[in-house]
Design a protein around this ligand. Structure first.
Ligand SMILES: CSC[C@H]1O[C@H](OP(=O)(O)O)[C@H](O)[C@@H]1O
Length: 365
């Protein structure tokens, strides 16, 4: 039994913790907070096999690029833990296949599976595989949390606010989707930066896009921020332009699902329009993601597979019709923001300003 992941690693100062977690590891089972039911209900589902974890990623019980990578890693560990003992290698290999087929866009999923595969390839017995795969999954989880904390530091540095801000006055930011503790190993990427601004009394207000159609902004981001006492105002996605025009917001801060070698960024649908708006209104546009989101094997965003989800996500909400029955729907759940609209990409390795192929290669080449 390994309960060490229930809370952040003990070497982190308490100010870096938040009560919110998306997943809990118990050594022979994984619990996922069912994010489909938030904010109405906090319901945990227990998994003892990889197939259930893969299904839960597909169905968005757990979502957010780093969180699905971590879940997939634990899914592999579960496959080894519960392997029958016969052809245990085939059983674990099947788990890799099921997990890889769950969602296509966030590269963190494939990055985590590759790490697990490298460990699996070196194992000579089931007992060794069980031990080493669990250890690797726990490491992936803990490293993600540590990366989030480092990114918050780098982001404040890049914003010129690192030394406590000096005389800097608190800023207002706008964010999209959910990039918080629910989407990661804890703390958050873009939402981690927002948490850090709040901790340092440098945050005036967060505007949270509701993020149609799945409503990660209203159901998850607003929930996390209200829970932690961070000032948040929820807005319809279409209100973002009017909010920026009012002049209070200084930065748009978002996460990412895949960042290519030229600095293009795939993120939640609607991110690209925010980047266009930011440029028009001359405010900063920052992408915050761990280096596990960087995919230097793809030359540009044009190479990214964009997931399209079922039209029912737009046609109805919890069974209530929102559109004429059978209407044709276009539901891509990510878009690609070109690098030339991005001011900063922040990872735990540091920040790339005005990203392009040269800057990306310097940090990730
Ligand atoms: C911290 S990355 C979160 C990232 O994941 C979201 O997508 P989804 O909710 O569909 O998994 C979105 O693109 C966020 O920016």
């Amino acid at each position: 039994m390994n309960d060490s992941i229930k809370s952040p690693p003990s070497n982190l100062p308490p100010s870096h913790t938040t009560g919110t977690v998306a997943l809990r590891w118990h050594g022979s089972s994984l619990e996922l907070l069912d994010q489909r039911l938030l904010p109405v209900q906090e319901h945990w589902i227990t998994f003892e096999g990889a197939a259930g974890v893969a299904q839960s990623i597909r169905d968005m019980v757990v979502r957010g690029a780093p969180a699905i990578g971590i879940s997939a890693a634990y899914g592999v560990a579960l496959a080894a833990r519960h392997a029958g003992g016969g052809d245990w290698r085939a059983e674990v290999r099947q788990a890799f296949g099921e997990l890889a087929a769950s969602r296509p866009t966030a590269v963190n999923l494939f990055w985590a599976l590759q790490r697990m595969e490298r460990v699996f390839a070196c194992c000579n017995s089931l007992g060794e595989a069980q031990k080493r795969l669990e250890k690797e999954a726990v490491a992936i989880h803990q490293e993600d949390l540590a990366a989030n904390l480092a990114m918050a530091d780098h982001a404040l540095d890049a914003m010129g606010l690192s030394a406590g801000g000096g005389n800097a006055s608190p800023v207002s930011v706008l964010t999209h989707c959910n990039t918080g503790a629910l989407a990661t190993g804890g703390y958050g990427t873009a939402l981690g930066v927002i948490r850090r601004l709040h901790e340092k009394k440098l945050l005036k207000q967060v505007y949270a896009d509701e993020t149609r159609p799945w409503l990660q902004g209203s159901r998850l981001t607003a929930w996390e921020l209200v829970r932690d006492g961070i000032p948040v105002t929820l807005n319809a996605d279409g209100a973002a332009a009017a909010i920026l025009a009012a002049g209070e917001v200084r930065w748009i801060v978002v996460g990412a699902d895949r960042i290519t070698a030229n600095g293009d960024v795939a993120n939640k649908i609607g991110t690209y329009s925010l980047a266009v708006l930011a440029r028009h209104h001359k405010i900063g546009f920052m992408v915050v993601a761990p280096s596990s989101t960087v995919d230097m094997s793809l030359a540009s965003g044009a190479d990214i597979v964009i997931e399209e989800r079922d039209g029912s996500e737009l046609r109805e909400i919890r069974g209530i019709p929102l559109a004429p029955e059978g209407v044709s729907v276009f539901n891509p759940v990510f878009d690609v923001t070109p690098a030339n609209l991005i001011d900063l990409i922040v990872t735990e390795k540091g920040a790339v300003r005005n990203p392009n192929i040269t800057g990306m290669h310097k940090l990730f080449g």
